[in-house]
Design a binder for this molecule. Structure first.
Ligand code: HEM
Length: 453
């Protein structure tokens, strides 16, 4: 048996308080992918970053590593029982949702998504023409949110209601930081973030319930609609003979939570990266101009922009929004020769895995060229895990690449986006996802001839 690398309490705590994201990753990379044990007092998780170990946890031995404890337990009060859960609830939700997110079906959903994104980008003309920079977080979140909401509810939801939902989810995501780090604190004890989390959970339920009830009434008349809520109602009815409000709500909250925050936060980092890499920016602009011309941007264009795809892949390598994916062991096991007892917490860190020098030369460098001529089998399959892997692998990968491409191509077609001043972004633990600490603004210099088109 091998002993894990141990980071003792007196070193682990100050480092994690300083910056949990970067410090946790550094503990993994300093150990060159060996299993690390963190001593955080009563909580002593194992940090996993080597692709072989990732493969074991996500794929080969996945039933022994369940979503419980850290992160999942506090989130339960929001997401209930559905695809982000475990066991039967997960299995039945996955069976229903998987067909909705295949590459082919996603392509049909993407047509509506392209219209919504294009409309929303046109609205930014006011900022561009007045020379006022946009607040990147606000705009990215709001556009992605509307695109996802439309996917879920079609025309059933007004823009005003959609805009009330987004901040509530953002509050949920940002207010569970304390409970994520200290999952063993009982719920009878109020901790920072609890009140905000519960208030927002209640509001989310209040907004979503009437939408489902309406879809339920309308679904009886038409089964032809393609938005997710209708497909869910039909599938749940077929599966169990009844579709109760709570189950459908859990399903929708799970998808919304998985789809919006991750996509919006991933896109935040792009603008600072492009500022630091003018050559990448220029190549991207050239590709988009050549393929789209003056617009409009359609989903069929996405496959014609391979450089944009490479930039996005590199973006989620360097800034994986799901920066840590926790699991709990069911039975005693062993990873990389280290014995791990049942009930232990295991943290997979995509942020660390993506920075292991053995698999990623010059790991801190943003270099889309690494994705040119990607040959199947040329790198360890589990060295790139922004979307997880194995039976719980993300259902929304295709959708992410399409949605992000549509958004970026629309922006570049109307404007030359640029930071008004250089900004270095610091990854922070703002809650469940990786987000920059700094507020980011983007100047949209109009391309006059395209604005008039
Ligand atoms: C940049 C964008 C995204 C990132 C980084 C991301 C990341 C992830 C990761 C790491 C997992 C695995 C979680 C685990 O193993 O416990 C996951 C699962 C999931 N994602 Fe995504 N995701 C993104 C976008 C989306 C979108 C757009 C959707 C829309 C449908 C989506 C739906 C899901 C679902 C339903 C699951 C649960 C799958 C299961 O457990 O069976 N994701 N995602």
């Amino acid at each position: 048996m091998t002993k894990p690398e141990v980071v003792p309490f007196y070193r682990a705590i100050p480092r994690l308080v300083r910056n949990p994201v970067t410090e946790l990753a550094r503990m993994g990379t300093d150990a060159a992918g060996r299993v690390v044990r963190l001593d955080l007092g009563p909580f002593r998780p194992y940090l996993i970053s080597h692709p072989d170990h990732v493969q074991q946890v996500f794929k080969t031995d996945w039933t022994n590593f369940v979503r419980a404890g850290m992160f999942w337990q506090p989130l339960q009060r929001l997401i209930g029982q559905s695809i982000m859960g475990e066991g039967e609830a997960w299995e039945s939700a996955r069976k229903i949702l998987q067909p909705l997110f295949t590459a082919r079906y996603t392509a049909t959903l993407a047509e509506d998504m392209a219209d919504i994104i294009a409309e929303r980008i046109v609205e930014l003309d006011d900022f561009a023409l007045a020379g006022r920079p946009i607040d990147v977080e606000h705009q990215m979140t709001s556009i992605v949110n509307q695109a996802v909401i439309n996917l879920l509810f079609g025309g059933r939801i007004t823009r005003d209601t959609a805009e009330r939902l987004a901040p509530e989810f953002a509050t949920c995501a940002s207010s569970i930081g304390f409970r994520m780090l200290f999952p063993s604190v009982p719920y009878s004890i109020r901790v920072p973030g609890d009140r905000a989390f519960l208030r927002s959970t209640r509001k989310i339920h209040e907004i979503i319930n009437p939408l489902i009830e309406r879809a339920q009434r309308e679904n009886i008349e038409s089964k032809e609609t393609k938005e997710v809520v209708s497909a869910l109602l039909t599938a749940r009815l077929e599966q169990g003979g009844q579709a109760d409000l709570r189950q459908i709500r859990d399903d929708l909250v799970n998808i919304y939570g998985a789809a919006s925050e991750n996509t919006a936060m991933s896109l935040m980092w792009l603008w600072a990266v492009l500022h630091d890499h003018p050559e990448v920016n220029a190549r991207l602009q050239e590709e988009i101009d050549r393929v789209i011309g003056g617009g409009p941007v359609r989903p069929s264009h996405v496959a014609e922009m391979p450089y944009l795809r490479m930039v996005l892949q590199e973006l989620v390598r360097v800034y994986p929004s799901a920066w840590v994916v926790p699991r709990q062991t069911v039975a005693d096991t062993e990873i990389g020769g280290v014995r791990i007892k049942a009930g232990s917490q295991v943290l997979i860190s995509p942020y660390a895995t993506h920075r292991l020098e053995e698999f990623w030369p010059r790991p801190e460098e943003f270099d889309p060229e690494r994705w040119a001529n990607e040959k199947a089998g040329s790198r360890h399959r589990y060295s790139f895990i922004p979307f997880g892997a194995g039976p719980h692998v993300c259902l929304g990968q295709h959708l992410f690449y399409i949605e992000a491409s549509l958004l970026i191509a629309n922006l570049f077609t109307r404007y030359r986006p640029a930071l008004p001043y250089p900004q270095k972004l610091t990854p922070v633990l703002g809650g469940a996802t990786l987000r920059p600490k700094e507020k980011l603004f983007l100047q949209l210099h109009p391309i006059e001839r395209n604005l008039a088109a």
